[in-house]
Ligand binder design. Structure first.
Ligand SMILES: [Zn+2]
Length: 397
C-alpha cells in the first residue's frame, strides 16, 4: 500500500472548502459541497465504479461488483463530505510534521495529552486558523484509497463494494435524503471515527422536549394575587430536573437532561431540553420524568399553564445490530490484523449510522486516525490513517 498516495489524496480533499451551514434552509445546506462531490464522482468512475450522483441533494452512490468467484455479501462504506460549521474550513493549509517530537507551535501535549501517544509519528495539522477537515475527509480519502488499491491489485479478491458520500452530516441532516434503494449493500460501515481501533456501535437514544409555560402579566404595582410570571415557573421547572443528570455532570453510559435553550418573559416561557440515554428503558423513564415535571407545575398552580411536547430524534444503533454483530466482530479482527487493539466506546451523541441502522442498514462506525475534531487544533496521524485504510481493505475482501 502506498502511504504517499493516501496522504496526497487527503491533502487534495481538505483544500476544498465544504463547510455546511446550520442556518441554511437548502439541501445541501451549502452549494460548495458539490465541488468535492463532483471530484469524487469523476474519481470513482476512473476507479471503475458505476456512479449515481444525486445532483439535487448532493449524495454520491458508487458500486463495484465482486471479484470473480467472491461470494461474500456486498459491503458498504459511507463518509461525509461536509466539515463542521463551528470553525472555518476555507483556505485550509495542511502542514505535515515529520516525526513529531512533542514540540510544535500548534500541537502541545500539555494541552492535548493524547499527543503523547503520537511522538515519533508523522502528523498533519493546519496553520492554526482553520480546522483540518480530517472529519471526515480522512474517511473519504481512506475509502477512495481502498478502491484504488483494489483497482491496482486485481489479484486481490474483494466483495461487491458500495460507497456513499453524504452532505450535511455536521448539521444533523446527513441522512435526510439518503436513498437506501440507490445503495447496493445491506450492511455498511460509516468511516467517521477518530482514534485508530475505536469502534462505535452504541449511541444515545435521543429526544427533544419542548416546554411551554403560559403566564399572566399585569402591572407590577397591582400584581398581588394576579400575576403569574412564566419566567419564574420556568426556573421552577428546571429545578425539578436532577442537577446531577446534566451533561457537565455525566460521562460514559450516564444519560442526561440538557437545557438547550430558554426564552422567557412574564407572559410566556419556552424551553427546549435534550434527553439522552443509551439505555432504552431509562430513556423512556426520562421522558416520563419530564412529563411528570410539567404535571407538577400544573398541580402547584392549579391550572394548565405548562405544556410539553416530546419528539424522538434518533435511536441507539445497538438495538438494530442484533443480527449483525458479525459486523463488529469482523471489524475488531481487521483492527487486530492491522496492528491495533480494538476498543469500543459508547458514543455520547448520535451518528448517521444510527439513523441508517434504524432504517434497516446496519452501520457501525470505524476510526480514521483523526483527532480534535471541529477545532483549529484538529490533526491526523498518518500511520493511523494508513492502518485505518488497511482495515477497510481487509473488511472488503
Ligand atoms: Zn464526522
Amino acid at each position: 500500500m502506498d502511504q504517499h498516495s493516501l496522504v496526497e489524496r487527503f491533502l487534495r480533499y481538505v483544500k476544498i472548502d465544504t463547510r455546511s451551514d446550520e442556518d441554511s434552509a437548502t439541501h445541501p445546506s451549502t452549494a460548495k459541497q458539490h465541488k468535492l462531490a463532483e471530484l469524487l464522482a469523476e474519481e470513482l468512475k476512473d476507479l471503475g465504479l458505476t456512479v449515481d450522483y444525486d445532483v439535487e441533494h448532493c449524495y454520491i452512490y458508487g458500486y463495484v461488483g465482486p471479484s470473480e468467484g467472491n461470494t461474500e455479501d456486498d459491503l458498504g462504506f459511507i463518509a461525509h463530505l461536509d466539515t463542521s460549521p463551528a470553525v472555518s474550513g476555507k483556505d485550509v493549509k495542511p502542514y505535515i510534521i515529520s516525526a513529531y517530537d512533542g514540540h510544535d507551535d500548534i500541537l502541545d501535549p500539555e494541552e492535548f495529552p493524547e499527543l503523547k501517544n503520537h511522538i515519533g509519528e508523522d502528523l498533519i495539522r493546519t496553520d492554526g486558523t482553520t480546522l483540518l477537515g480530517a472529519d471526515d475527509k480522512a474517511g473519504v480519502a481512506e475509502i477512495m484509497e481502498m478502491l484504488a488499491y483494489f483497482k491496482a491489485n486485481p489479484d486481490v479478491s474483494h466483495r461487491g463494494i458500495a460507497v456513499a458520500f453524504t452532505p450535511d452530516e455536521e448539521i444533523g441532516e446527513g441522512t435526510l435524503f439518503f436513498d437506501l434503494n440507490r445503495f447496493h449493500a445491506k450492511q455498511a460501515y460509516t468511516v467517521d471515527g477518530g482514534k485508530f481501533g475505536v469502534l462505535e456501535y452504541e449511541c444515545f437514544n435521543a429526544a427533544m422536549a419542548t416546554v411551554e409555560i403560559k403566564g399572566r402579566s399585569v402591572h407590577t404595582g397591582s400584581a398581588k394575587g394576579i400575576m403569574i410570571n412564566a419566567s419564574i415557573l420556568a426556573t421552577e421547572f428546571i429545578n425539578l430536573i436532577p442537577a446531577d443528570e446534566r451533561p457537565e455532570n455525566t460521562e460514559g453510559y450516564e444519560g442526561f437532561y440538557y437545557l438547550d435553550n430558554i426564552r422567557s418573559d412574564c407572559e410566556h416561557a419556552r424551553m427546549q431540553f435534550l434527553i439522552r440515554d443509551h439505555d432504552k428503558e431509562k430513556f423512556e423513564g426520562r421522558k416520563e420524568y419530564m412529563l411528570d415535571a410539567a404535571f407538577t407545575i400544573n398541580e402547584r398552580y392549579g391550572t394548565e399553564l405548562c405544556s410539553i411536547r416530546i419528539d424522538d430524534q434518533y435511536p441507539n444503533m445497538k438495538m438494530f445490530l442484533g443480527d449483525h454483530m458479525d459486523l463488529i466482530e469482523r471489524a475488531k479482527e481487521a483492527v487486530r490484523q492491522s496492528g491495533g487493539e480494538p476498543t469500543s466506546e459508547p458514543v455520547r451523541g448520535g451518528t448517521d449510522g444510527a439513523i441508517l441502522s434504524s432504517r434497516g442498514l446496519p452501520c457501525p462506525n470505524l476510526s480514521t486516525g483523526g483527532y480534535n475534531y471541529h477545532s483549529r487544533y484538529e490533526y491526523a496521524s498518518i500511520p493511523e490513517m494508513q492502518k485505518s485504510l488497511e482495515v477497510l481493505i481487509r473488511l472488503a475482501q
